[in-house]
Write a protein that binds this ligand. Structure first.
Ligand code: ATP
Length: 941
């Protein structure tokens, strides 16, 4: 093979549209029949790199770091640091000591650490999302060394011959070699929403604008309709899209509703802190000016205590871990908010073929005018017999053979043997007709080589039909009455509507009303057994109809017969549907298939009962929005629907207050996926366009995966609630303790800013991370979904936080009183305020350890839970307790944190007081249980 394309021959992209297809192929050193050789592909990959855009849309690293400081809470901490440093410096000036603003330094360290942590997490998250993007990278069908194969789009090289079909995102710039009804949406490039028609034959003037280059296709645009073959002319940054490559984030990184709510909460907390500080400082100094300094110190501590410093980090980590767990279960999250929404899904609308069923199609029955038989065989293996035939009359057999021949030709699938297994490349529905033809004795290889296809109307989910045109003389098996032979196959009803004749033996007879009824009755019999039925018809032409006339050409057809295809349900779907029901989620089937097939399969897997009402697309069209809303309340099976009906069904379900997950694969499903609360695209069979419109991609196309992802979503939601109540409860406790301390008139602030930061970040932060990976309540899929409009603080979470905060404060304050009087009265050597403050500090920290253990579940007692099911919680509690003790018993830490060496009795008293919070939370659970006796499932996390 020549390769005139070389580094010394730089790419003259601008002229491709002004050359004929053959010339382009020549210049690129490619070959129309064979494609590039593997060696040449390797050479080009090495020389020109991968077909990838360099992502300019990503934030530079320094920007991510600077962005961390845009947080009001951090700004408030910085202000606290400045005020605290000023106070410390003033104090050391008064005392003539060397100024060392310890609290301010610590706050600064925390702020910077927080920013670094945020930076690391965000850049990790960006990398993870980029990795997800690669997982979702489109595949391309190419021709290399004479073989058609599927590769990842980054592996394309200039000169590769690649194939285009509806729903595909064009992977590189290319010159068309062939285009059949090819319509491409070039909005990504030209901003033009309307699809443009392409034409491979045209040779255009050099100065044609990009938008008018009808013989070229461009990377990043989407095939709306039709089919094509093109040769790659430019890859990666050399493509037209590459030239405008900024802001091409395929995976969106918007904050989740929770993250937004947390930012709002942060802002609100800052305001609350300011108001509290104002009240304490102004009110207190009006009362007694000499207290001003103490009051300012109290205010600073309070401002630090209000801010849950560790919370944002824990939330980000939880969401990131959650998406990873979902990938392990084959659900790829494309938009982070989906993680949360998944937990509140109330309805899952699923396609049938491939999602609920296995998409392994085997023809089980055929029927023509005079012949009908069952077909045996295993998978796609082309071995099997026609049995139970009603006749062996040669005329009837002729009908059957014509049916098989037509099925094999009105077909874009390929039958291949991989090792010992027979597989289908392309659409399995079509693929099933290939082994069928071989079973009938047709030499498929010879047929595919000889038969010359001259035109086609590709399949589309609205027409539910496709047609191909062959030159009659290229098919020896066919009685050539006219130069062209057209074959149409599709949904039996819709194909039959277009028929006027029927094939009877070698004759063509008029199709009577009775014939039609008989065919439809046979169709229903097949469908009622759960078979997917295709109708096949044909017609002869003396000349080819113009390409645009699908409507007029698919008329006056000659009916050939029916094939019934078995596509058994996936075995795991039965359990998944049952799980949905238990979890209060309604599974709904929305399919393009026949009503009876849909009902049969739906009742086999438990989506409906046999005989339940099913709605068809046509019926939906006749309903007003109100009538549709009434119907969607009860109907769970929708058949013969087009993508536009899917959109109406989602909208109607949403009007009924449902939170809808909707699956889709075809290019026209994109609007319905966008409308759904969770748009789910098929990873294996889905088109690029659908994937891009989706929130989640099913890597295995399996319905059970949606259910698994929903379960993960629920677990994540309840874990988030769990650590929020844990962290914020502690913050509330700290604030109340500090705010009330001046009222006790003990003189001194119970917790310094440094100690509070320690609590918020370490003694609260570590256990909170451990609570975030709690495996989840075993009953999580036995309860109804959370109400869609429920606040994350809803269902008692807010009042719980306040209760626990109050208990913490009561424990802290009573200990404070006791410790103060104990240290001032019973201990020789005078009062050192660090002594009682250290006891308060230790008690609050240890109390949170007990709280962490109790917070693992809000329904089950700690002793009822398997301690090994979340060893992290125990680990974090042990580590944090040891660290807390080190703060008291390791001299350097003691000096730095300003703590006091506690005696055994003092420590024992702290431990005693701190267990009260644990006891309280456990008692609460018992009371709740009593209140919900007999309805345990009403209790939830
Ligand atoms: P689902 O939406 O559950 O995936 P489906 O795969 O049956 O259902 P479509 O692919 O839209 O939905 O198919 C609708 C109908 O079109 C089928 O019932 C069948 O009669 C017909 N059909 C499907 N594939 C082809 C094909 N390749 N050629 C001709 N007709 C087809």
């Amino acid at each position: 093979m020549t390769s005139s394309y070389s580094p010394s021959n730089p790419k003259p992209q601008a002229v491709w549209h002004a050359l004929s297809a053959d010339e382009v192929i020549n210049r690129l050193g490619s070959d129309r029949q064979e494609g590039l050789s593997f060696a040449e592909v390797e050479r080009r990959q090495a020389a020109y790199g991968r077909n990838e855009l360099i992502d300019n849309g990503r934030r530079p690293r320094w920007q991510i770091f600077i962005d961390q400081f845009r947080n009001v809470m951090l700004i408030m901490l910085l202000v606290v640091a400045i005020v605290s440093a000023t106070l410390d410096i003033l104090e050391s000036l008064e005392e003539n000591t060397f100024p060392f603003p310890k609290d301010a330094t610590a706050i600064l360290v925390v702020v910077i650490l927080n920013a670094i942590l945020g930076y690391v997490q965000e850049s990790r998250a960006e990398e993870a999302l980029a990795a997800l993007k690669n997982m979702a990278a489109p595949k391309v069908r190419v021709l290399r060394q004479g073989k058609v194969m599927e590769i990842d789009s980054p592996e394309l090289v200039v000169g590769d011959i690649f194939f285009l079909e509806a729903g595909v995102k064009v992977a590189a710039d290319g010159r068309l070699l062939e285009a059949v009804n090819l319509q491409i949406r070039e909005a990504a490039l030209t901003g033009e929403a309307e699809a443009t028609s392409k034409d491979a034959e045209k040779v255009l003037p050099i100065d044609t604008e990009v938008g008018d280059r009808a013989n070229l296709v461009f990377a990043g645009t989407e095939v709306n309709q039709g089919r094509g073959v093109a040769v790659v002319t430019a890859i990666g940054m050399d493509t037209e899209l590459g030239k405008i490559a900024a802001a091409l984030q395929e995976v969106e990184q918007e904050p989740t509703p929770l993250q937004k709510r947390m930012t709002e909460l942060g802002n609100r907390l800052v305001w609350i802190a300011l108001v509290l500080v104002g009240i304490v400082v102004v009110g207190g100094s009006l009362y007694d000016v000499s207290l001003l300094r103490e009051l300012i110190e109290v205010s600073l501590s309070m401002a630090v205590a209000v801010v849950p410093e560790g919370l944002p980090a824990v939330i980000t980590v939880t969401l990131a871990l959650g998406t990873q767990r979902m990938v392990k279960r084959h659900a790829l999250i494309r938009r982070l908010p989906a993680v949360e929404t998944l937990g509140s899904i109330t309805t899952i609308c699923s396609d049938k073929t491939g999602t609920l069923t296995q998409n392994k199609m085997v023809v089980q029955a055929v029927a023509t005018s005079s012949y009908c038989a069952k077909v045996s065989g295993n998978g796609y293996e082309p071995k099997g017999d026609f049995y139970n035939a009603n006749t062996d009359d040669p005329a009837a057999l002729y009908e059957r053979q014509l049916l098989l021949l037509a099925g094999a030709l009105c077909n874009d699938a390929l039958l291949k043997q991989h090792a010992a297994e027979w597989v289908i490349l392309g659409d399995p529905t079509e693929g099933s007709l290939l082994p069928l033809a071989v079973k009938g004795g047709i030499d498929l290889k010879a047929l595919q080589q000889q038969a010359e296809r001259v035109a086609e109307f590709p399949f589309d989910a609205d027409r539910k039909r496709m047609s191909t045109f062959y030159r009659s003389e290229s098919i020896p098996e066919m009685p050539a009455t006219e130069p062209y032979w057209m074959i149409t196959k599709g949904s039996p009803e819709l194909t039959l509507e277009r028929c006027r004749w029927r094939q009877v033996g070698q004759d063509i007879q008029p199709l009577t009303l009775a014939d039609r009824q008989e065919i439809l009755a046979e169709n229903d019999r097949f469908a009622a057994q759960g078979l997917r039925v295709l109708g096949i018809a044909h017609r002869y032409w003396s000349e080819l109809p113009p390409a645009a006339s699908v409507e007029t050409s698919e008329q006056e057809l000659i009916w050939l017969g029916l094939v019934g295809i078995l596509d058994p349900p996936r075995p795991e779907v039965l359990e998944a549907v049952a799980t949905c029901r238990r979890a209060g989620i309604r599974p709904i089937m929305i399919t393009g298939d026949h009503q009876l097939t849909a009902q049969a399969i739906a009742s086999q897997i438990g989506i409906c009962e046999w005989g339940d009402r099913a709605l068809t697309g046509r019926e939906i069209e006749k309903l007003s929005p109100e009538e549709l809303d009434a119907a969607t309340l009860t109907v769970s099976v929708y058949a013969r629907v087009s993508p536009e009906h899917k959109l109406r069904i989602v909208q109607s379900l949403q009007r009924n207050g449902e939170i809808v997950a909707m699956t889709g694969d075809g290019v026209n499903d994109a609007p319905a996926l966008k409308q759904a609360d969770i748009g789910v695209a098929m990873g294996m069979t889905g088109t690029d366009v659908t994937k891009e419109a989706s929130d989640m991609v099913l890597l295995d196309d399996n319905f059970a995966t949606i259910v698994a992802a929903t379960e993960e979503g629920r677990v994540i939601y309840s874990n988030i609630r769990r650590f929020i109540k844990y962290i914020l409860g502690s913050n509330i406790g700290e604030v109340i303790t500090i705010a009330c301390s001046p009222l006790l008139g003990l003189g001194g602030v119970p917790l310094t800013p440094l100690q509070i930061l320690w609590m918020n970040l370490v003694t609260d932060g570590l256990p909170a991370l451990a609570l975030a990976v709690e495996p989840g309540d075993p009953d999580v899929m036995k309860r109804p979904p959370v109400k869609p409009n429920e606040s994350i603080f809803g269902r008692g979470l807010g009042s719980y936080m306040i209760r626990v905060g109050l208990i913490l404060a009561i424990v802290g304050l009573s200990l404070m009183v006791w410790a103060y009087s104990y240290t001032s009265e019973h201990i020789e050597g005078g009062l050192d305020p660090r002594r009682w403050t250290t006891m308060v500090f230790t008690t609050l920290c240890l109390a949170q350890m007990g709280h962490a253990l109790a917070a693992r579940s809000s329904t089950r007692l700690t002793i009822e839970m398997n301690p090994t099911s979340n060893l992290f919680v125990w680990g974090s509690v042990i580590v944090t307790t040891i660290l807390q003790l080190l703060l008291i018993y390791a001299p350097p830490l003691r000096r730095f944190f300003g703590t006091y060496l506690l005696s055994e009795i003092e420590l024992a008293v702290c431990i005693g007081f701190s267990t009260l919070v644990f006891v309280w939370v456990e008692l609460e659970k018992l009371v709740l249980r009593l209140l919900h006796r007999g309805h345990p499932l009403q209790l939830r996390e």
